[in-house]
Design a protein around this ligand. Sequence first.
Ligand code: PMP
Length: 454
Amino acid sequence: TSTTDPKGQAAMGLAVKAADRAHVFHSWSAQSLIDPLAIAGAGGSYFWDYDDKRYLDFSSQLVNTNIGHQHPKVVAAIQEQAAKLCTIAPGFAVDVRSVAARLIAELAPGDLNKVFFTNGGAEAVENAVRMARLHTGRHKVFAAYRSYHGATSAAINLTGDPRRWPSDNGSAGVVHFWGPHLYRSNFHATTEAEECERALAHLEQTIAYEGPQSVAAIILETVVGTAGVLVPPPGYLEGVRAICDKYGIVFILDEVMAGFGRTGRWFAADNWGVVPDLMTFAKGVNSGYVPLGGVIISERIAETFATRPYPGGLTYSGHPLACASAVATINAMRDEGIVENAAEIGETVLGPGLRELAERHPCVGEVRGLGAFWALDLVKDRETREPLVPYNASGADNRSMADLAAACKQRGLWPFVNMNRLHVVPPCTVTEAEAKEGLAILDEALSVADAHCA
Ligand code: PMP
């Protein structure tokens, strides 16, 4: 160890990275082209590397650390549960699992009252789709083109954006449709009301031509997440609910990213008072401290499996460590007003701050979002709205976005970028000072993207 690195920290970082490069196979990556940062620790809204460089986490990792990093009450709950009971099969009744299910059911809207636990979001989607098919005896599932539902078999086929392409096996029964998105309207609409009305008409007409008797479910992200932070116009989710009721279709809301405080409400559906038949969750339920997800099931669908066995399960369904961390997370979010904080920060700091940046930076085409859930839609030209990088699955030719991300990181801000969008998704615990610190860095970094504008 050198005198400038007395604890050998930097050397440790290099060793971590060398072992990673030799043996860890990374998600979504060309293995030889990546250079992962070695992380030494994290706390609150920050994480840091072995050189003690701190990053303000404006990504919440994969939009999951809603409660921030290393919340002491959640860490303690995991430690206490580990000392008591680390694992037990899903067939037993145990305290942390029952309490987690009760808390989630109490928070969920309407008659969503039973919880099937999974290890993450994709498994939740897989099971929600299976429940809908068995409940209706139908096979088709409708999903939006602008969507992401996970990377397992059914979930990736339902996913509408280009992440589907390499894995697409034309899965039987998946039908994609266009949801509302006024800024890039598929319906030549000029107002939100027009966009909403035409998107609903398009959906209903697609159902009519597919044959409503064959449609088991419509799955939607309540607020579309990684495909652009698309907030539905007033009336859209209510309209989809009415279409589902009209044709006996199961309405699945995917709240894996939007749920548990992200939008400034416990569930994003609460913003519109809409109650689905099935709701998927993961990420924010315990901020990902231990892998956990699930499906919240309406009484009516649960009834289908009252005397008929549900043909699905997972070894780790309702894992005690995961459930203990969910109970502690939900209680801390409630006690510390974390959901309210997300709403407040969105309304008073992030929303106004990002709109101000849009005025100064020609690369910003649109600012969208609510709560702690925002995206900047970056363009080459504000008039034509041509996206800053081309729309494709490979990530090729995304130099301008890579430069923008690098400019953020260099200044100590960890962003979440996807396609032509910079997502602003800090923990729901983010303070006003931290949010302003992040906005100031973004202001500087966006100049890099401005240079790529027409
Ligand atoms: N649905 C949505 C809306 C998501 O955002 C994600 C993850 N980004 C998933 C499903 C998949 O979750 P997981 O990665 O935990 O499988």
